[in-house]
Design a protein around this ligand. Structure first.
Ligand code: 13P
Ligand code: SF4
Length: 319
């Protein structure tokens, strides 16, 4: 604990020295989330991270999350230095959607609007008409449907299916999944709900249908956090990465938070839902990137300019 405190103080001093701001996701280490909030940075969902980084005056952004979050920050602010504690922090959705295969998929369906999830590489975004995050995907696809558009969707099959079922839009889908949310189990959740009949069930839409079907609230990480703060229930079953419990507990200390079951039964698997790539973010990485200038994100032209359009379209839509 003492050692962690020292690393945190070193990181804090370096952020000040380099006029840098820490932009963190809810799934990263709790010390990093605390440091971000204590130093004028943010802890947020993907959409809010993108906006915060774009609007902040600092010339250096330290993005604690996964690679697509750093890339989005760089695409929006090419003149800022964007650093990440660990450049190997990727995402199974990004890995499962290689740009060349995705381009061939788009070429084969030129009559469709291409809508991609934020969890993709810059090269994939360069082929897209729209980028969406989990907090605005439903509204944007509904908007496109109202305009009579057919959609090519990538890469998350669960989020895509959820939106398709909610809106009735014609969507052709890529077959990707998040390795963390894909593990939540519907049957085990049903059993857990029986043990906690008064609990509200909060589900991230990257989860399988059998889990989403049992949700009281489906939403982005920020939306699930809001649901805990505003809910009248005492107990909440949370089906998303357990990194978010840190902030939920801080803001709602009187509520009881229960992790949704991922495998077997809820008694044997209590904390399986944690993203291995989000977990690569550590205080030591923040110190290293600021001290050595390591972990810098670059997005080459013309990919950056081509990817900017789909992100700005989303940001204008939600503004
Ligand atoms: P949010 O945009 O809801 O924070 O989701 C990002 C993510 O990677 C979820 O797994
Ligand atoms: Fe990607 Fe899933 Fe990790 Fe989110 S939790 S970054 S979607 S692998």
């Amino acid at each position: 604990a003492e050692e962690r405190r020292e690393w945190k103080e070193r990181a804090r001093a370096l952020l000040a020295k380099h006029d840098a701001v820490l932009v963190a996701h809810y799934y990263v280490d709790g010390d990093l989330q605390d440091l971000a909030l204590e130093t004028g940075g943010c802890v947020a969902d993907s959409l809010e991270m993108a906006r915060f980084g774009r609007d902040h005056a600092s010339k250096t952004l330290v993005v604690a999350g996964v690679r697509f979050m750093g890339e989005t920050a760089k695409i929006l602010s090419p003149d800022k230095r964007v650093l990440m504690p660990d450049l190997d922090a990727t995402c199974s959705l990004d890995l499962g959607c290689p740009p060349d295969e995705f381009a061939a998929f788009c070429d084969a369906h030129p009559d469709r609007k291409v809508v991609v999830y934020a969890n993709t590489s810059a090269a994939v975004k360069a082929r897209a008409d729209w980028m969406v995050t989990s907090s605005c995907a439903l509204a944007i696809v509904q908007h496109l449907k109202d305009q009579g558009e057919k959609i090519l969707w990538a890469p998350d099959k669960h989020l895509g299916r959820y939106i398709q079922e909610q809106t009735g839009t014609d969507m052709l889908m890529w077959n990707g999944a998040c390795i963390v949310h894909d593990e939540f189990k519907g049957l085990e959740l049903e059993l857990l709900k029986r043990e906690h009949p008064g609990a509200m069930v909060l589900v991230h839409p990257e989860s399988p249908r059998s889990v989403v079907e049992q949700a009281d609230v489906v939403g982005s990480t920020s939306q699930l956090l809001q649901a805990v703060l505003q809910g009248s229930a005492r107990e909440y079953i949370v089906a998303t990465d357990n990194g978010i419990l840190h902030r939920m507990r801080q803001l709602a200390p009187d509520k009881v938070l229960i992790e949704a079951p991922t495998a077997g039964n809820s008694a044997t698997c209590k904390s399986c839902a944690h993203c291995p790539w989000m977990a690569m973010n550590a205080l030591q990485g923040v110190v290293a990137c600021l001290e050595q200038g390591s972990g810098e994100i670059t997005v080459p032209e013309p990919t950056r300019s081509q990817a900017l359009g789909c992100i700005e379209r989303m940001l204008d839509f939600v503004a």
